[in-house]
Design a protein around this ligand. Structure first.
Ligand code: ARG
Ligand code: ZN
Length: 512
């Protein structure tokens, strides 16, 4: 559902809708010398609960990267993600972004400066950032003007020979970005609406409006300083540290590690609405800050109550809410569209005007909230690990629909398993044009359910809690999940994952 859910409200129809809004005809997946990203973070910004960290491949295994001259092939500047080989950069670990934009929301054009603090392996003479159709005016590294070159969708910035590992770059640019179809078959990037603009970056849309290491494996902290001409409201991730007005920037800060695809940036005629903090299982409270068009503000209470109940329900199963704050952002976008933007999920305002708290609304609220654990606290190491996001968020949504009695887990799991027969793709090894298809969502939730039945109730929920607790603030691969599952369950699960996660055709029945 890429959360483009059927407007009729049938929760199981996501993949159908996803396909209905189109895919790129046969875009081939380019092949690369395998540089298999390990996908984990090593920046000092992480919480101290550092997980087992697969070591990064030595840069000598990455052709061209340690040399003085950048290669002239776009994809060779990337991490070698199987689906998006050109995204990210092997020797780069961004520590923080400072996004300063001057936006004319009506025109959908802006000028900006993005500050990037990154650790770049010593010996590497350039910093490659993803940048698509940005008009780069100048680049500074430290206090000095730097040379730069645009190679395909990469901005390649020259670095001085004598330097520290930590590099500070500042990129001044202009853009009139638009949403463009990602190879994943969905529009991603910057969206202009009648009332303003919003971004929806997943999977590769951040680079369409800002230079970035646009890969889920690289988390950083963020600061947004956004200036708008009039009385528009600006919402970004994290904490509002300065409320803007015409000519005075809105400043937002996200201090918890966040991947580029989780950025929220909404500009338009909206109200920011504080609401009652939600009590957390750990004894504290979760501050709540929401965004809604004026006509929806009075309708927020039931949605916020639903959210508070969902938090309690998920915390009991997945452990404490893993971020500093939460909120609901209702945006004039597209029916069925929702996104787990970190710390404040995004929904289509229209979906909640049609009906306040029906099946679809409860499904969406549960799904995006669950992503704060599965996807945001722990992010995928590569886009091939998408099931760690979508299958778990979908399973969580099933649990909630069952809990409130508008559906049953048995029916949802049973239906999805029968639909999953005679599949075309496996869930564990998705193809790019089907990244947000059925196999990643309900078709993958089937596997989560089968895992629960295989290892048993206690081990299953212990596993989910351990997964989050051990890995919060990092990006992890499926292999890590399997390893932890085997450790927690105390059994070899190779056959299980071969028969369910990596199979095209799934077993006819759930494990007894
Ligand atoms: N992660 C979102 C969800 O399932 C889907 C985003 C899909 N990407 C897009 N560009 N529409 O909640
Ligand atoms: Zn999702």
């Amino acid at each position: 559902m890429a959360l483009v859910v059927a407007q009729s409200g049938c929760a199981a129809d996501h993949s159908v809708e996803t396909e209905a809004i189109g895919r790129l005809p046969g875009a081939p997946v380019p092949t690369l010398p395998q540089t298999d990203p390990d996908g984990t973070e090593s920046s000092g910004t992480e919480p101290p609960t550092e997980p087992t960290e697969p070591t990064a491949p030595p840069s000598t295994t990455v052709p061209n990267v340690s040399t003085t001259d950048p290669p002239d092939v776009d994809s060779e500047l990337g991490l070698g993600d199987e689906m998006f080989p050109e995204l990210g950069a092997p020797a780069v670990d961004v520590v923080s972004y400072d996004v300063r934009l001057d936006v004319d929301a009506d025109a959908g054009a802006f000028e900006g400066v993005v500050g990037v603090v990154a650790d770049v392996e010593l010996g590497v003479r350039f910093l490659a950032l993803d940048a698509q159709q940005l008009d780069i005016a100048s680049v500074d590294v430290g206090a000095d003007a730097a040379e730069f070159e645009l190679i395909g969708d990469e901005l390649v910035i020259g670095l001085p020979e004598e330097r520290d590992e930590r590099v500070t770059a500042s990129i001044a640019y202009a853009a009139a970005p638009n949403d463009v179809y990602s190879e994943a078959g969905l529009p991603a990037g910057w969206f202009q609406t009648s009332s303003g603009s919003y971004v929806l970056n997943e999977p590769d849309g951040a680079r369409r409006w800002m230079p970035a290491n646009d890969h889920p494996s690289d988390k950083a902290t963020w600061r947004f300083e956004i200036t708008v001409p009039g009385d528009e409201t600006v919402s970004a991730n994290g904490e509002l540290t300065q409320r803007g007005s015409a000519g005075t920037p809105w400043i937002w800060e996200m201090d918890e590690p966040m991947s580029t695809y989780l950025v929220q940036l909404v500009i338009g005629d909206y109200e920011l609405v504080d609401s009652e903090p939600i009590p957390s299982i750990d004894g504290g409270t979760i501050p709540m800050l929401n965004l809604a068009p004026t006509d929806l503000v009075d309708d927020l209470p039931p949605m916020l109550e639903e959210t508070a109940r969902q938090v309690a329900f998920f915390e009991e199963r997945f452990g404490p809410y893993p971020l500093a704050g939460y909120g609901l952002a209702f945006v004039d976008s597209t029916p069925g569209l929702a996104m787990e933007t970190q710390g404040r999920s995004m929904f289509d305002a229209g979906d909640f005007r049609r009906e306040q708290l029906g099946y679809l609304q409860r499904l969406l609220l549960a799904h995006e909230l669950a992503h704060q654990w599965f996807g945001n606290a722990v992010s995928p190491a590569t886009w091939s690990d998408i099931w760690l996001n979508e299958s778990f968020a979908t399973y969580s949504q099933w649990l909630w629909l069952d809990e409130v009695g508008v559906d049953t887990l048995d029916r949802l799991a049973g239906d999805a398993l029968s639909q999953r027969q005679n599949g075309v793709h496996s869930t564990g090894d998705p193809v790019v044009e089907n990244l947000f298809g059925f196999e990643s969502y309900d078709g993958g939730a089937v596997i989560v359910h089968a895992l629960r039945l295989t290892i048993g109730e206690d081990a299953f929920f212990d596993l989910l809690r351990r997964w989050i607790f051990d890995n919060v603030g990092t990006s992890q691969a499926t292999a890590e999940f399997i390893e932890l599952a085997e450790e927690v369950a105390g059994v070899d699960l190779q056959t299980f994952f071969d028969e369910w996660l990596y199979a095209t055709d799934l077993p006819d029945d759930y494990p007894a």
